[in-house]
Write a protein that binds this ligand. Structure first.
Ligand code: G3P
Length: 216
């Protein structure tokens, strides 16, 4: 499963990239707003740090507007994937972007049938938001499992990009389901290597080594 980082924060991106296991980046208008930065400049900076897919979202909600914004955004850098909301006008735009060879990430997906339509439109990625479904008492990971089965049943090549992941267990569940990508906030990526028994075991190995290291 590929790991994308879900942020527009450059320090977080650099930290995750330094570990060598980062495959891409997703942003959205709320993440960009948090950084109080220029959208275009920030997206290009991100593309120059991570040589992988970088999702940048349109804010138009009509097909013509989505197409015009998306074409412009896609022209900023070769790494860019145009993020398009899962609405009728967005689906129409994805069909056209697909014909033009522009990669898309169909976002704000909350059901498996929505994901089915996005795949038919030719979306490169589908982003089901697990955490936001959990927030309203649904099972976000169950929907990702349904999407996996639908895509496998019919051979859709759209990649499942598990999004709105809130804790390491979400990441584990995405792995078990067979999501193609997980987009993860920086704070959760840092948690993925942590286990108290690892720390305890390491402390005890190092302490024991101190006792013998000078013996000849
Ligand atoms: O970028 C899309 C998604 O990951 C948003 O997550 O935590 O705002 O629901 P969240």
């Amino acid at each position: 499963m590929k790991i994308f980082i879900d942020t527009a924060n450059l320090d977080e991106i650099r930290r995750a990239a330094e570990m060598g296991v980062l495959d891409g980046v997703t942003t959205n208008p709320s993440l960009v707003a948090k950084e109080k930065c220029n959208f275009k400049e920030r997206v290009i900076e991100i593309c120059n740090i991570v040589d992988g897919p970088v999702s940048a979202e349109v804010v138009a909600v009509d097909t013509a507007g989505i197409l015009s914004e998306g074409r412009e955004i896609a022209g900023w850098h070769k790494n860019i994937v145009v993020k398009v909301p899962l609405i009728d006008d967005g689906i129409k735009a994805i069909v056209q972007f697909t014909k033009e060879g522009i990669r898309t990430n169909c976002t704000l997906c909350f059901s498996a049938v929505q994901a089915y339509i996005a795949a038919k439109a030719g979306a490169t990625y589908i982003s089901p938001f697990a955490g936001r479904l959990d927030d309203i008492g649904h099972d976000g990971l169950e929907i990702i499992g349904q999407i996996r089965q639908i895509y496998d049943n019919y051979g859709y090549e759209t990649e499942i990009l598990a999004a709105s992941l809130r804790h390491p267990k979400h990441v584990l569940e995405a792995l078990m389901i067979g999501a193609d990508v997980a987009t993860i906030p920086g704070s959760i990526i840092s948690m993925l290597t942590k286990h108290p028994l690892t720390d305890k075991g390491l402390a005890s190995f190092l302490a024991d080594w101190e006792k013998v290291k000078d013996l000849v």
